[in-house]
Design a protein around this ligand. Structure first.
Ligand code: RTP
Ligand code: MG
Length: 136
């Protein structure tokens, strides 16, 4: 069993896609074991995306992810990290396959609806950042 951090980003909440995203996760057979609606402070957002600190889109990304409420959840299941990444689709929604969340609902690379941890290592770091003591 694996755990991964999933975010329904502020664009997904604003567009009322929370139920749609949760439904896809549940139908796939993954379990949601923690979840809340919250607005990130700048410090948490910067830490979450620290790997992108040198990228030109970093400031814009931090502004976007703190710009409204998001849904944070811990998802558990067999190979959950890879399974959620497959459900989400490619980072750039235009290249994301139809049938994926991004491929069905987004067109812009920044406002791409969901986040899923990209490795078990990232998942552990991100779950600690968002949910404290909940172990991976
Ligand atoms: P995420 O971390 O949100 O799950 O997305 P990802 O792994 O598919 O993509 P990553 O490379 O980690 O990028 C993180 C988020 O930054 C925004 N982004 N903007 N303007 C741009 O060129 C650009 N590139 C990435 C997206 O919101 C992306 O999901
Ligand atoms: Mg990423």
């Amino acid at each position: 069993m694996e755990r991964t951090l999933v975010l329904i980003k502020p664009d997904g909440v604003r567009r009322n896609l929370v139920g749609e995203v949760i439904s896809r996760i549940e139908r796939r057979g993954l379990d949601i074991i923690a979840m809340d609606l919250r607005t990130l402070d700048t410090e948490t957002a910067k830490t979450h995306y620290e790997e992108h600190a040198a990228r030109p889109f970093y400031n814009s990304l931090v502004e976007f992810i703190t710009g409204g409420p998001l849904v944070a959840m811990v998802v558990e299941g067999e190979r959950a990290v890879e399974a959620v990444r497959a459900l989400a689709g490619a980072t750039d929604p235009v290249s994301a396959a139809p049938g994926t969340i991004r491929g069905d609902y987004a067109l812009e690379v920044q406002e791409n609806i969901v986040h899923g941890s990209d490795s078990t290592y990232s998942a552990e770091r991100e779950i600690k950042l968002f949910f404290g003591d909940l172990a991976v």
